[in-house]
Design a protein around this ligand. Structure first.
Ligand SMILES: Nc1ncnc2c1ncn2[C@@H]1O[C@H](COP(=O)(O)OP(=O)(O)OP(=O)(O)O)[C@@H](O)[C@H]1O
Length: 307
């Protein structure tokens, strides 16, 4: 696979404060790269450095195999972006805002305006003034503007921030569509794991300026532990049966009615039968998987999170 954005040992300091520290990242062609980290971790600063809006203190950035330097701007025609939030002429219409962007970018293709509005699901609102649009619509209009000149890379800084569940779903669907139908490479940041988990191909986890993990989602799914969650009338008694009768030892009673079994060698049906034979009421038994949220919190806080 081609690496579209390669970042090597990138650092940024303001005065003596190093807010990005030796970050190395690889964003592959055609993937959605979820850039995850708590507020203030350094995500926006890294995105700004990729876009040549902030000068790195040290390290290297390559976009489409070309090194980014203070004087390189040509590569930016391959990138569409929204950093922080999209800013519009609020009293102009959606279409007028896009038209101005075409002029500004010296892009000859005004018929593309209708096309991008359709892509982002804003057909019919071209004549609405921007201040009349909802936050979710503004975000989608921002994405329409970012893809107007047909860039191959899209960089979005927390595009889901502040949106309601429907707005979040719309953006997720839109990003998947841009990846699938337009072959775009998308770098999208978020501080909320669940917003990105279902669409990302790769996750980069950043905390306090350091990239603590870059991992394919397929790997995370493999790494994440599968366990059997059993709901019983009395988890203490059930634990005794698991230990004494089935010789299991890797399990935990999460509360008085829930047991999680992390060993896989004893089939679910056998566990169920043994509990029932020993007069334990089993209300449900099902396979579960710890999710990215737990994985993320583990990495950020260095330990499993308990409620
Ligand atoms: N120009 C600047 N001068 C000094 N400090 C800055 C500057 N820009 C950012 N910072 C600091 O760098 C740190 C990282 O900020 P950044 O905006 O990159 O984080 P982030 O992960 O995008 O978080 P958020 O989601 O809150 O925007 C913060 O502590 C911020 O206050």
């Amino acid at each position: 696979m081609d690496t579209v954005i390669r970042i090597n040992q990138l650092s940024k300091a303001y005065q003596k404060d190093e807010i990005v520290s030796k970050v190395t990242m690889h964003i592959e062609k055609g993937e959605i790269y979820g850039f995850l980290g708590p507020n203030g971790a350094g995500k926006t600063t890294i995105m700004k450095m990729i876009l040549n809006l902030v000068k790195p203190t040290s390290g290297e950035i390559f976009v489409l195999n070309q090194p980014v330097s203070q004087t390189s701007f040509q590569y930016l025609e391959h990138i569409g972006s929204i950093i922080e939030y999209p800013v519009f002429y609020e009293r102009l219409t959606a279409a007028e805002n896009l038209k101005y962007h075409c002029d500004y970018a010296r892009f000859q293709g005004r018929d593309r305006i209708r096309e991008v509005l359709e892509t982002v699901g804003l057909t019919g609102v071209e004549d609405k003034k921007v201040h009349e649009l909802s936050l979710g619509m503004k975000q989608r209009l921002g994405i329409a503007r970012a893809i107007l000149t047909r860039p191959t890379i899209l960089i979005l800084d927390e595009p889901i921030n502040g949106l309601d569940p429907v707005g979040i779903k719309d953006i997720r669907m839109l990003l998947l569509k841009l990846k699938k139908e337009c072959g775009m490479t998308i770098l999208v940041s978020s501080h909320i794991v669940s917003e990105i988990e279902s669409i990302a191909d790769t996750i980069g986890i950043i905390n306090r300026g350091q990239l603590i993990r870059e991992v394919k989602m397929t790997e995370i799914r493999k790494e994440n532990v599968e366990y059997l969650e059993i709901k019983v009338a009395n988890s203490k008694q059930a634990a005794l049966v698991l230990k004494k009768k089935l010789n299991l030892h890797h399990f935990e009673a999460v509360d008085t009615e829930t047991i999680r079994v992390y060993q896989h060698e004893v089939p679910q049906a056998v566990i169920n039968k043994e509990l029932v034979l020993n007069d334990i009421v089993v209300n449900s038994i099902e396979t579960q998987q710890s999710n990215l949220e737990e994985y993320f919190l583990n990495l950020i806080h260095g330990g499993r999170q308990h409620a």
